[in-house]
Ligand binder design. Structure first.
Ligand code: HEC
Length: 214
């Protein structure tokens, strides 16, 4: 065993003496034992190249190219997902203040979509009524799930709800990867409908529906 350690130390010293540490500078080209992916046949951006007629590696998109990203139709026109716009961030442009109102036009189709997405993505924890009594509470998987009828949450700007869905908050994980931008705003709209259903007054209903109230 003693010889093994001695031999090991000597061979480590020999390897370092011959090859040096990774990243150290040499006058001669270094010996590559593990080249990993350091040498690749590739074109670097903004470099000369004989391959294209204009002699450059970076090329402009072909005329007539259509962006693959699908724009979201907001109340003020289409917005692409890479734009710095409230519909993508939940923020007023150039600030970190949340936008007060949902940038999508509120239609019954949007609310239906929101209801469906809410039931899939949020109801397991927050419950169908948004009171925090989802299945995860019942089976004891989550001790504290926010009641979305809390005054603080009812008073949140729409942009903040969007932000919480996108990035999560405290114990709640982010849902931005699972729920598309449009669907997140649809969920926000539906959540507002759930809150209103609890806070509304009979006077909020159109007169012909008021008689149906028990
Ligand atoms: C896995 C369970 C789970 C799911 C799914 C879930 N939430 Fe939550 N949510 C929580 C928990 C737990 C909290 C309390 C977080 C805390 O304060 O620690 C919370 C808090 C919140 C809050 C309040 C944030 C605050 O500022 O206190 C909002 C709003 C919210 N959730 C909305 C949603 C919406 C909308 C969805 C569906 C897209 C959703 N949640 C899906 C568990 C979940």
């Amino acid at each position: 065993m003693r010889y093994f350690f001695a031999l090991f130390a000597v061979s480590v010293a020999a390897v370092i003496a011959l090859l040096g540490f990774r990243g150290s500078h040499f006058r001669k080209p270094p010996l590559y034992i593990f080249p990993d992916m350091e040498f690749q046949l590739k074109l670097r951006p903004q470099a000369p190249s004989g391959f294209f007629p204009n002699g450059r590696t970076s090329q402009l998109p072909v005329p007539g190219t259509i962006a693959r990203a699908v724009p979201v139709q907001t109340a003020s026109g289409p917005v692409f997902p890479f734009e710095d716009a409230p519909v993508n961030t939940g923020w007023v442009v150039g600030t970190t203040n949340f936008v007060e109102h949902n940038p999508l036009p509120i239609t019954s189709a949007l609310l239906k979509r929101g209801q469906q997405r809410y039931t899939i993505n949020c109801a397991p924890c927050h419950g169908g009524l948004a009171d925090g009594n989802g299945i995860t509470r019942k089976i004891g998987a989550m001790a504290v799930v926010a009641n979305l009828h809390d005054k603080r949450i009812v008073e949140m700007p729409d942009g903040e709800l969007f932000y919480v869905i996108t990035h999560g908050r405290n114990l709640m994980g982010p849902y931005g990867a699972q729920v598309s931008i449009e669907d997140r705003w649809a969920v926000v709209a539906y959540l507002r409908a759930l809150q209103l259903a609890r806070l509304g007054e009979p006077e909020d209903l159109p007169p012909q529906l008021r008689t149906l109230l028990k």
